[in-house]
Design a protein around this ligand. Structure first.
Ligand code: SF4
Ligand code: MG
Length: 321
């Protein structure tokens, strides 16, 4: 089906000023030319180590961070070119859930107020209708109407994330960008929140962009997964294909680090040498070459193109030229 949301060649460069004249001394390429599309009702997982640009990508789609370059096409319109009025409407349609539900909930406001606020901002309903909606939303996320009068600190981490989800749903968005929504939670609570997100997706035909640093977290929720390294997507495909037959050496390494529940299954853990290079000084050629266990001569010289393989996966690696 057709793409609901599409990003094209999205970039975020941060100039860093140094020296006594305050000249730009270097440029951090936080996101360096990312393109993907998301279909209505699907979940696209975006995975990579911290600093790879995945959160920045999510925030640029919300325009919480202004892109340096690129297009964000939502419902066939480039939202970079929208008027203020139309951008407000688009903001309503695309909501975000954050990693730290405590930091993102105002501690001085009641939960009821927190969930109601986006409805006030977008002028939805009158007070009575909004209050009824808050109660409905609380129940929808597995809490209770009477929780509306309480404050965020009275809730556990998992409950706070449910409150964050209720707030995101309040304005009936089409797309939810979830930035590591379960990373701060205990493993047992993680699966409850993931199941809740899945149920809500079915109920409301929501489209998710699900950002995580761990491939195992997004496995069961994503229809497709994109892997990012140093500001670029290196592989993107249907989840089944990616998890059973990863092709990019970086994806292979990430997957080999995921613990397997069955100890009889042998995994050859790939240990990557060195640290992720600074996005201010990305290596020439393939930016992964100095850590890649199978790098070839060409890899330090030429940047691999992003290409589509027969199975529909997109990959940038010289092994598949
Ligand atoms: Fe490794 Fe070369 Fe592929 Fe980069 S292009 S991932 S260095 S084989
Ligand atoms: Mg992040």
């Amino acid at each position: 089906s057709e793409a609901l949301l599409q990003v094209e060649n999205l970039k975020k460069y941060y100039p860093i000023k140094g020296g006594k004249f305050g000249k730009v001394s270097e440029i951090v390429r936080a996101v360096d030319g990312v393109s993907f599309s998301v279909r209505e009702g699907e979940t696209l997982g975006i995975v990579g180590e911290s600093g790879c640009g995945k959160s920045t990508t999510g925030r640029m789609i919300m325009r919480l961070i202004e892109p340096t370059e690129g297009k964000i096409i939502f419902q066939n319109r480039n939202i970079m070119e929208l008027s203020k009025h139309d951008m407000r409407k688009a903001r309503k349609d695309i909501q975000m859930i954050f990693q730290d539900p405590f930091a993102s909930l105002n501690p001085r406001h009641t939960v009821g107020h927190i969930i109601e606020e986006p409805m006030i901002v977008h002028k939805m309903g009158n007070r009575k209708q909004r209050e009824a909606r808050v109660e409905e939303l609380l129940e929808l996320v597995g809490l209770s109407a009477y929780h509306a009068k309480r404050y965020p600190h009275q809730f556990s981490g998992g409950q706070r994330q449910r409150i964050g989800i209720a707030r995101a749903l309040a304005v009936q968005p089409k797309v939810i960008i979830a930035d590591e929504p379960v990373s701060a939670l205990d493993v047992s609570v993680q699966s409850q929140v993931l199941n809740l997100l899945k149920d809500l997706q079915k109920k409301f035909n929501l489209t998710y962009i699900f950002i995580a640093h761990d491939l195992s977290v997004v496995r069961h929720i994503s229809d497709r997964v994109g892997v990012m390294y140093l500001g670029k997507l290196v592989e993107l495909s249907e989840s089944e294909i990616l998890y059973t037959d990863p092709k990019h050496p970086y994806t292979k390494a990430l997957l080999s680090a995921v613990p397997v529940p069955d100890p009889d299954i042998k995994t050859n853990r790939i240990i990557l040498e060195g640290d992720v290079p600074s996005p201010a000084h990305p290596p020439a050629g393939c930016t992964f070459h100095d850590r890649c266990p199978v790098a070839m001569d060409i890899c330090s010289k030429e940047r691999p193109n992003f290409k589509v393989l027969d199975d529909g996966r997109m990959i940038s690696c010289h092994l598949y030229d």
